[in-house]
Structure formats: C-alpha cells, structure tokens
Design a protein around this ligand. Structure first.
Ligand code: NAD
Length: 297
C-alpha cells in the first residue's frame, strides 16, 4: 500500500499547534503581524496574497496588506518596505513576487529587514541557512521537511534527488537536507535543466523531490521500487474543466504511485504546507522581536 501523504491534514495540525503559540503571545499582549505587499495585477499573485491574508486571519495573526500600482516608481515599493520594517506591530514583511520589470527583485529582497524576512530570501538569512544556523527557513523547503517528518520518512543516510535548483525551493531544500540535524543528514543530488541522465539519478534515490515546474515529467519508470516522492510542482495545463485548465504536479501520479512507498498529491501535498510555514515564520518572528518565548511545533 502506498502512503498518500496528506499535506492538508499535516498543515491543519501545524496551524492548530501554532494557535497555542499565538495564544501565549496574546497573553503577553503581543499579536503577531504579517504585512504583504503586492505590486502586480497578475491574478495568480492576487490569489496567493489573499490566501496568505486569509490564513493569517484564521489563526489570529494580524494581516496588513499594501497594494502598489505596478506602474509606480520602484521607490514607492522601497519606501513602503522601509515603513513596514520600522513598524513595531509588523513582525513579518513579504513582498509578493514577481515584481514589475522596472523593479530589481534582488534589491527588493535586500530591502526587507532580515529580522522580518519571513520568506527567508534575504542574503543574510540565506547565508545563515547555508552555515547551518537558519533564522527563517524558506516556507516550501521547510514544509517539505515537515511533511517528510510527519510521514516518518527517515532522511538520515537517505539518498535524496531534488529536481530544480531555484533559490526558493531546490537550493534551500538541498542545504537543509544536508545539515547535521534531525530532519537532515541526507546525501543530496541536486539536478537541473543541464543534468545528464536524470532517470539514473532519480532511480538511485530513496527520496525524489520534484520542483522543476514541468508537468508530469517524473513517471514510475524513473523511480526505484519503494521510493518516497514529494511533488512540489504546481502547473496549469489545459483541460476540459469550467476554468479551462487543471493543476498538475511535476509527477505523473498514477504510475509513480505504483512504485512509491509514499507520495504527495497535487493539490493537497506541499502547497498547504508552504502556507502553514509562512504562519510559522511569522509567529517565530513575533516571538524573537518581542522577547516572548513560545514553543514552536
Ligand atoms: P523555477 O522555474 O525557478 O526553477 C525550476 C528549476 O527546475 C530550475 O532550476 C531548472 O534548472 C529546473 N528544471 C527545469 N526543467 C528541468 C528538467 N527538464 N530537468 C531537470 N530540471 C529542470 O521554479 P520554482 O519557483 O522552483 O518552482 C518549481 C515548481 O514548483 C513550479 O511548478 C512551481 O509552481 C512550484 N512551486 C510550488 C510551491 C508549493 O507551495 N507547492 C512553491 C513554490 C514553487
């Protein structure tokens, strides 16, 4: 029997544990605050931001949302971020990517106060993560770690093949999994678009994490018998549905499920964990900035 790893259920449990931490903060007069900044009229970005705000409301985090005209000068975004950095009621600041072409996204990442960088993308926080002393773990890789833990997948000594070397998923996940920690100690192979003989690398792995953004590129023939499969991919493909599309992962689920010992579905796998880990980082940020100790799940 293949274990279908239920990201919705794991995320719900995490949110419920976080509520206890938020109550501890409330008892000390602190309400965690997360500011989201949107400088885009892309419907997908609008949806992501509104989901993040809804998640905050549900667990008792104060959500602050700022919208900036996508045609406004870059300075307007920097000024907004500076104001939020200086606001003691705001513990986390997140600028929804992508920003318009006339804004340098690396500058935006550097503008966020590293103490409030709940995405974990600021170079200071990336450096800390690589050095094995993370302040904020980026949400998707942290969510993948938590999912593996919840499914009792032992990473210590495991061969893990990751597809995708992005700064938000592949690279930080590789760095987390090689650390000498309970959820690390793995041997990681980080694959990308120039990797040769990818099937050999995936077939060799105890755990395959697919984060390439290529619909259903991993199928059962590329997996070892009993492998654990984590599908990070979220891809819109044309389909005969009301919306005209459906969401699929980077893994061809049916054939992969036949080979895997455990697998995450899309939707309902990594996606809900990413959202939950943002709440986690906001609570951690509030605790650190106010000196009120909380237990984090
Ligand atoms: P990205 O486009 O920044 O990076 C994709 C990476 O995959 C690149 O490093 C590229 O080298 C590699 N790649 C592309 N084609 C490949 C191939 N044929 N073989 C091997 N490697 C290949 O993407 P990203 O932002 O890291 O996102 C990856 C996927 O994960 C997307 O589908 C995205 O929507 C999804 N995503 C999901 C969540 C979530 O919460 N579930 C979060 C972030 C991203």
């Amino acid at each position: 029997m293949t274990d279908i790893i239920d990201g919705d259920a794991v995320a719900a449990e995490l949110r419920s544990d976080l509520r206890a931490s938020i109550e501890t903060l409330a008892d000390a007069g602190v309400r965690p605050g997360l500011a989201t900044v949107l400088m885009s009229d892309d419907p997908a970005s609008e949806t992501y931001v509104s989901m993040k705000q809804r998640d905050c409301e549900e667990v008792g985090i104060e959500g602050i949302h700022v919208e900036i005209d996508p045609d406004a000068p870059a300075e307007e975004l920097y000024d907004t971020v500076a104001d939020l950095n200086a606001d003691p009621e705001v513990h986390g600041v997140l600028v929804q990517m992508p920003v318009p072409d006339h804004v340098d996204d690396r500058e935006v990442v550097r503008a966020v106060d590293p103490q409030k960088d709940v995405d974990g993308f600021h170079p200071e926080n990336v450096g800390r993560l690589v050095a094995g002393n993370p302040r904020f773990k980026p949400c998707t890789p942290h969510g993948v770690q938590k999912l593996l833990d919840a499914a009792d997948v032992e990473t210590e000594g495991a061969d893990v093949t990751i597809l995708g070397r992005s700064d938000i998923v592949g690279k930080p996940l590789a760095n987390l999994l090689v650390q000498k920690t309970d959820l690390g100690n793995a041997t990681v192979t980080l694959c990308h678009s120039r990797t040769e003989d990818l099937p050999a690398k995936t077939r060799d792995a105890d755990v395959v994490v697919a984060a390439a953004g290529v619909p259903e590129m991993i199928d059962g023939s590329m997996l070892a018998e009993g492998a654990v499969v984590v599908d990070v991919g979220i891809n819109r493909v044309e389909a005969d549905t009301d919306k005209g599309y459906e969401l699929v992962g980077d893994v061809e689920f049916d054939s992969a499920e036949e080979k895997a010992s455990a697998i995450t579905p899309v939707p309902g796998g990594v996606g809900p964990m990413t959202r939950a880990m943002l709440l986690y980082n906001t609570v951690a940020a509030a605790s650190r900035q106010t000196g009120v100790d909380v237990e984090l799940p």
